[in-house]
Design a protein around this ligand. Structure first.
Ligand SMILES: Nc1nc2c(c(=O)[nH]1)N[C@H]1C(S)=C(S)[C@@H](COP(=O)(O)OP(=O)(O)OC[C@H]3O[C@@H](n4cnc5c(=O)[nH]c(N)nc54)[C@H](O)[C@@H]3O)O[C@H]1N2
Ligand SMILES: Nc1nc2c(c(=O)[nH]1)N[C@H]1C(S)=C(S)[C@@H](COP(=O)(O)OP(=O)(O)OC[C@H]3O[C@@H](n4cnc5c(=O)[nH]c(N)nc54)[C@H](O)[C@@H]3O)O[C@H]1N2
Ligand code: SF4
Ligand SMILES: [Mo]
Length: 745
């Protein structure tokens, strides 16, 4: 049996970074024991924070040396997100503060956009330039022709600014490039989303099915810890992945599926579970609607049928279906997170939701729990004006079930020749590196070239800042207050982030930036608190705490109002769907003109000599945001391309050799990438970690290291229901020598 010790480890309190996989990763630093670390920090000053290296938002403590320098970040033991342990990235977060390539002062563009010629400016001047342009845009074209792209803690301030200015075009890449299809599919089925952190009750599950979710490389903290616990307690892990992921290495069943065919497997599982009478009859009768329609729909989707599509043998499909049924209701078919794969993503995740419903796992121990969230008091600022148009008017009739603005729609709406019903003329981009985040870079750049204003608020000189008219340097999360973290979990909780140090150079917190800009736009009545700490203290006092208390404890966890983490035995549950039931057959989708039941649609296959480009995460990096972090580049400073030995042999390619990748549209990667020849990937695909291949010279450590998946994602399969950008529809071939360039050694 696999043991907890074998699995990817989250570093214990303040310990060095330790990453152990199934031979895939080496122990990269010696561990000091938690006791040693505890001794080391005795008497040192600490301040609370929650991590911004990814969006799991673990709460921790920032320790300073006796000289008062930021030294270490460790997990807060009372935090449900991390249980006192940070992941390697969170531990390495200190590197964001010390990175010498950070943005240092506001910059104003002096030459053509994109040429990257800037001059330094004062905050006052930079904000004045922005305010003048924004006023111009508002009077000429209406405030609704501005858009905000944002990710991370600062989103709320810039959202307030944007709404008070008169625009509701506020998009986060965590919707249309990430979990949007999943949340829409779960909403349609259960009337509720899967939340962040996900409400998966992994610690008590008896069977966890991972469809692409590569937990262990996807290092979302509490989830990795709970999966380790579940493995220790004997849970079965079933991993469906064309790649032998770290999770696959810990699985009883690895299903090396032919990529892009998951829908067929899901339908066959549904078929098996219904026709073998494996489903939870009492639960389905009591809570679900549309069972008979579903049953008729999947009648022919047998394991044999799916075998022809997925390459997964029928007996393996049957065995794994039985395994899930045996564990029911303590079974989780994981909803996934980054699910924008092939354009039929909402429907694929609908199939996932249906499976969970049949297995009775929603609302049950070891399945999905009911989240609880602390509700903060709001301070009653003036109400926002209603914009005369929103992003939904850009291309009417498209993506009608999208419940959040779609980033790619706002980008398309910035290109006049697309004839949008609303033309976007200016962007504020905060905390998202759109150039590496949105597929089809040429389209993004085309949109940018049409803008009258592009403001980038960032901590690093990332690609997006190179295209901006004005660059505003935010200080890192270690140097600022931010909004209280109130993410849902098993118990309601609040976590505080406060500065551990003064902002370096001429950088400022997001709250300050948004408020100063609001003053220049005469909108400061939407920011009634001059300092964010005054607002936090006000909110905390309303919550029965205070800023002073939270500075001491960092995290405050409350009891749930009722003992209702799971459905009780005879509970009558009214689900927030149209019918009040779990909708196996979605009347909502049907009403909106979409398939009420998920269907399998074949996807394009690679041409001869091409391989499907698939991508994912590495445990020690987050997207592109960590690629220049000195602590994390120490652990991994480039990505590699995984190639199956059969393919490598055909091409005469060897491990450690550098090659370029060329995609179906003839785009060649800017930089070469190191080869990793491995049995752990199917022959029809190649795999790289997202976030590398930076083309920004100002980031000295990561410039030119590895390849960018985004650069090669030129074919985008947009989800017709909600606008998500399917990105796994690209194929690459190998370029062994690039004319005019040396292969790096
Ligand atoms: N090709 C491809 N595209 C993808 C993905 C993929 O795997 N492959 N993944 C998708 C997913 S799942 C997601 S969630 C998105 C993520 O998309 P993003 O959040 O855009 O990801 P990053 O590339 O990390 O960009 C974050 C930006 O925020 C800046 N930043 C970091 N900290 C701060 C801060 O405190 N304040 C400010 N103002 N800026 C800060 C960083 O320097 C960086 O420029 O990308 C999506 N796009
Ligand atoms: N270390 C680290 N952890 C992170 C992040 C990070 O940047 N770094 N980002 C966080 C965020 S915002 C997100 S959204 C999540 C994303 O992480 P997840 O939601 O877990 O992963 P995905 O990107 O959906 O899937 C990646 C896996 O899908 C497999 N795959 C590729 N094609 C197919 C296919 O057709 N079928 C199947 N079944 N599998 C396929 C790949 O081989 C890879 O193992 O990670 C989160 N955790
Ligand atoms: S999972 Fe890691 S990077 Fe993400 S918030 Fe937690 S410690 Fe930070
Ligand atoms: Mo994501």
């Amino acid at each position: 049996m696999t043991s907890r010790r074998d699995f990817i480890k989250i570093s214990a309190i303040g310990a060095g970074v330790l990453v152990v996989g199934t031979g895939a990763y080496k122990v990269v630093k010696a561990l000091s024991s938690p006791e040693q670390v505890k001794k080391l920090v005795v008497g040192l000053k600490r301040t609370p924070t929650y991590c911004e290296v990814c969006f799991w938002k673990c709460a921790g403590w920032v320790y300073k040396t006796s000289e008062g320098k930021i030294w270490k970040i460790v997990g807060n033991e009372n935090d449900q997100h991390c249980n006192g342990r940070f992941c390697p990235r969170g531990t390495g977060g200190v590197g964001m503060y010390y990175d010498e390539d950070r943005l240092k002062t506001p910059l104003i563009r002096v030459e053509e956009r994109g040429k990257q010629v800037f001059r330094e400016a004062s905050w006052d001047e930079a904000l004045e330039v922005i305010a003048v342009k924004m006023k111009n845009i508002a009077s000429k074209s209406g405030p609704e022709s501005m858009a905000l792209f944002s990710h991370g803690s600062g989103s709320s301030y810039f959202t307030t600014l944007m709404k008070s200015y008169g625009s509701a075009n506020i998009a986060e890449p965590s919707y249309a490039q990430c979990r949007g299809p999943r949340d829409e599919a779960f909403m349609a089925t259960f009337g509720e989303e899967a939340y962040s952190p996900e409400i998966t009750d992994i610690r008590d599950t008896r069977c966890l099915v991972l469809i692409g979710s590569h937990i262990g490389e996807n290092m979302h903290n509490g989830q990795v810890q709970e999966m380790s616990d579940a493995i220790d307690k004997g849970a079965t892990i079933i991993t469906v992945d064309p790649r032998f992921s770290t999770a696959a290495g810990k699985s009883k069943f690895w299903l090396p599926i032919k990529p892009a065919t998951d829908m067929a497997l899901l339908l066959a599982w549904i078929h098996e579970i219904i026709f073998k009478d494996y489903y939870d009859k009492k639960y389905v009768e009591k809570y679900c609607s549309g069972f008979e329609q579903l049953k008729a729909h999947v009648k022919d989707f047998t394991p044999e049928w799916a075998y022809g599509i997925t390459t997964i043998k029928p007996d393996l499909i049957m065995k794994t279906a039985k395994e899930m049924a045996d564990a029911s209701p303590a079974v989780i078919v994981h909803p996934g997170r980054h699910v924008t794969w092939y354009g039929d993503d909402t429907q694929r995740i609908r199939a996932v939701a249906i499976l969970n419903a049949l297995l009775g796992s929603w609302g049950r121990r070891g399945g999905f729990y009911r989240p609880a969230k602390f509700e903060l008091s709001s301070y009653g600022s003036p109400s926002f004006k209603t914009p005369s148009k929103t992003w939904e008017d850009a291309f009417p009739g498209k993506y009608t079930i999208a419940s959040s603005p779609v980033s790619n729609v706002l980008i398309d709406a910035s290109i006049p020749e697309n004839n949008p019903g609303l033309l976007i003329r200016g962007w504020i981009v905060n905390g998202t590196n759109l150039i590496t985040t949105i597929p089809d870079q040429a389209n993004t750049l085309k949109a940018i070239q049409n803008l009258e204003l592009l403001v980038a608020v960032d901590t690093m000189p990332m690609e997006i800042t190179g295209w901006a008219d004005v660059v505003l340097p935010e200080c890192t999360y270690l140097e600022r207050y931010d909004g209280l973290r109130v993410s849902p979990h098993r118990k309601p909780a609040i976590a505080l982030r406060m500065p551990a140090a003064e902002p370096l150079n001429n950088t400022k917190p997001g709250y300050w930036i948004a408020r100063e800009l609001s003053k220049k736009l005469a909108l400061e009545n939407y920011f009634p608190f001059e300092k964010q700490e005054e607002l936090l203290d006000w909110q905390l006092k309303k919550a029965g705490s205070s800023l002073e208390e939270m500075q001491r404890i960092g995290v405050k966890t409350f009891e749930r109002d009722a003992d209702d983490l799971y459905f009780s035995e005879n509970e009558q549950v009214e689900f927030p769907t149209d019918s009040g039931k779990i909708e196996l057959y979605s009347s909502y989708f049907e009403g909106a003109g979409y398939d009420p039941l998920p269907k399998y649609v074949a996807h394009e296959e690679p041409a001869e000599g091409f391989y499907r480009l698939i991508y994912g995460r590495a445990p020690m990096h987050t997207f592109s945001r960590t690629s220049n972090n000195p602590n994390l580049t120490d652990l991994m400073d480039e990505n590699t391309v995984w190639i199956n030995p059969v393919v490598a042999k055909e091409w005469g390619i060897k491990s450690d050799q550098y090659i370029w990748l060329r995609n179906q549209d003839n785009v060649i990667s800017d930089f070469p990438v190191k080869v990793r020849v491995t049995e752990r990937i199917r022959w029809d695909s190649v795999y790289i970690v997202h976030g590398f291949g930076h083309a920004q010279k100002q980031m000295k450590r990561c410039f030119g290291k590895g390849v960018s998946d985004t650069q090669l994602i030129t074919n985008v399969l947009v989800d017709p229901l909600m606008g998500g950008t399917g990105m796994r529809s690209n194929f690459v071939t190998f370029v062994i020598e690039k004319t005019g360039e040396e292969v790096a050694s």
